[in-house]
Every structure is written in structure tokens, then in C-alpha cells.
Write a protein that binds this ligand. Structure first.
Ligand SMILES: [Mn+2]
Length: 333
């Protein structure tokens, strides 16, 4: 395939959306606020233009509780209600077909598939792909699309875009040039940025505290891993998360990754339904002496069957905790 310039990608994406007679927007499995925020923002714009639109994700059955106050949730439908044949299918924040889970088969029945994403490992599985791994969130890519399309960002759409921006930048820790400018523009629509952030990132049930205590008790440090870069890891077992939400499970990596002695962090999260099936979160960081010298965990995750970003990635694996840690250490060696 010939190289496509970013401007041409953007124009092609707008052309697909502008011509859509109906649209189906698919978010990734185990959705986060970036994929849902992107899906619901796009749905609101299409709906405003009179285009019938639905948004879905394959699993779990319920939208995570922290995202239920996002504007546009009325456009969400269960996966069974996504028809086999659709006009325009848009995948948001999905690095590969596999991220669509059981809905991946809908691509075959789509007249056009548009991929909007910012994952470094994106496989460009669409008819048209707008992929920019320098975008801090897929919602910030959506803001660019709306601008090029001439579609204004109203407060409800701004709320959804901000949700993806604040979560994917870790509350603006990983902000780049332009990130705060976009945040300022979204906040200027009148949305409650502090409230959105608190709901999405800073609210957990009391059971989160004893869970953290148990899980952090399993943490181990391997200073020699990855040629001395160091690995810190912890296991979240099924029994640890009874009655807790995905929001509590996903928070663990943010504590583990702060360990000074390791530039790579991993959290192994056991499936609630299938013993010995684990999803793994990987994080990496620069040493602080140079720049961009951290381990590229997107590459590590891709070799283990997953994908992601340079500093944040993940994969799924089966086995005992010993098997999992041995496989990861071997990949890092
Ligand atoms: Mn994202």
C-alpha cells in the first residue's frame, strides 16, 4: 500500500462520515472512557445530522458504572442488536480486529469500515484508516475530525471528548503540545471538568481499599529484568475482586507503576469467569536521564498476542502465575 499523508487520511475519514446514510460505531471490549467517549461523541454528531446511528461493544454485558453518566448513552445497543450487514462501520480506539471481540465478524458485512485510533500497534484493518499514534486519545482525534467536518462541539459532545482525554492522559500527566489547548476548548463549553474526572477516576467503593491491600501484598520486584531496567508486578486474582468493578481492577496498575526501582510495571488480572485466564496491563517509563529511552511495551505486548502504546500496552494469556511471569521475563530478556 502506498503511504497516505495524515491530511489525506483525515479528508478520507470525513468523506466516509459525511456520506454515511446509517452508521454503526463499535468500541473495544472491556471499554474505557476513551473508546466510549469517542463512540458516543460521534453518535451525537451523526444523530444531529439526521443519520441513524447505534453504538456497541462486545463485552462485558454492562457499561462500566463510571461511564453511565456520559451524554449519548441512549445510542448504546447490546451486541445482539448490531445487524450482520451495516452501511458504515466505525471502530473507535481499537488497535486490531480482535479488540472488537464477538463483534469482529460485523466487518465482513460492512459496506465501508472506518478505523479511528491512536494505538501504535494499529493493524489498519479498515477500508479507510485514520490512525495517529501521536494523538493522546482517540477523542482528541475525533475533535480533529469534527473540525475538518465543520461539526461544532457542543457541551454534550465536549463532555464525551473530555472523558477520553482526561483518562488516556492520566489526568494530564502525559499531556503533549496541544493537549491543554484542547482541554481548555472543551472546558470553555461549560462542562464540569472536575466532576467528570472525579466520576471517572477518583471514585471507588470502600471495598477497593482491602482489595488494594491484598493485591499489593503480592507485588514483587525483579531489578535485573529487561537488561536492568527492572520489572515490578502484582497479581489480581478472581477472589480479590468479588463485588468490585472493572474501575477498581484497572486502578491497580497506577499504584504499581510508581515503583522507582523498575521502569516496567505489569499487573496480571485474572478473568472473573475463566480460571487461569489473565489480562495483563504493561506500563513503561523513561529512566529520566535521556528521553524516549523506555522499553517499548507495545512491542512486548504485540509479541505476546496483544498491543497498545509505547508506554502502555496489554495482552491476554492463559496459565499459572509462574507461567505468566516466566513468559513475560523471557520476552523482556
Ligand atoms: Mn485510547
Amino acid at each position: 500500500m502506498t503511504a497516505v499523508t495524515p491530511a489525506a487520511q483525515l479528508a478520507a475519514a470525513v468523506e466516509v462520515l459525511d456520506a454515511a446514510r446509517s452508521a454503526t460505531v463499535l468500541c473495544h471490549v472491556q471499554p474505557d472512557a476513551d473508546t466510549i467517549g469517542s463512540g458516543l461523541a460521534l453518535a451525537q454528531v451523526l444523530h444531529r445530522r439526521g443519520v441513524p446511528v447505534r453504538v456497541s461493544f462486545a463485552e462485558p454485558a454492562e457499561l462500566p458504572a463510571s461511564m453511565r453518566s456520559l451524554p449519548g448513552v441512549q445510542f448504546l445497543v447490546p451486541p445482539a442488536e448490531v445487524p450482520r450487514e451495516v452501511d458504515v462501520l466505525v471502530a473507535v480506539d481499537c488497535g486490531s480486529v480482535g479488540r472488537l471481540g464477538a463483534l469482529a465478524d460485523r466487518i465482513a458485512g460492512a459496506a465501508t469500515t472506518l478505523v479511528l485510533d491512536h494505538h501504535r500497534s494499529n493493524t489498519r484493518f479498515g477500508t479507510v484508516n485514520l490512525v495517529d499514534d501521536t494523538a493522546e486519545s482517540t477523542t482528541s482525534l475525533l475533535a480533529r475530525v469534527f473540525d475538518a467536518w465543520g461539526e461544532p462541539i457542543d457541551p454534550a459532545i465536549a463532555h464525551c471528548l473530555f472523558a477520553g482525554l482526561v483518562t488516556d492522559t492520566g489526568c494530564f500527566r502525559w499531556a503533549g503540545p496541544g493537549t491543554h489547548r484542547l482541554a481548555e476548548r472543551l472546558l470553555a463549553t461549560g462542562i464540569d471538568g472536575a466532576g467528570i474526572t472525579r466520576t471517572l477516576m477518583d471514585t471507588h467503593p470502600f471495598g477497593w481499599l482491602p482489595m488494594l491491600s491484598r493485591v499489593l501484598g503480592t507485588a514483587r520486584l525483579e531489578p535485573a529484568a529487561a537488561g536492568g531496567a527492572g520489572l515490578v508486578y502484582a497479581f489480581v486474582r478472581r477472589a480479590d475482586i468479588d463485588g468490585l468493578r472493572s474501575e477498581e481492577v484497572e486502578s491497580v496498575i497506577d499504584v504499581v507503576r510508581t515503583t522507582a526501582e523498575a521502569s516496567i510495571a505489569a499487573v496480571f488480572k485474572e478473568s472473573r469467569t475463566t480460571p487461569d485466564l489473565w489480562t495483563v496491563s504493561l506500563r513503561s517509563r523513561d529512566s529520566g536521564v535521556g528521553t524516549d529511552d523506555g522499553v517499548d511495551v507495545a512491542q512486548v505486548a504485540t509479541r505476546l498476542g496483544g498491543g497498545g502504546h509505547r508506554y502502555a500496552a496489554g495482552y491476554t494469556s492463559t496459565g499459572t502465575p509462574d507461567d505468566l511471569i516466566a513468559a513475560l521475563l523471557a520476552e523482556l530478556a
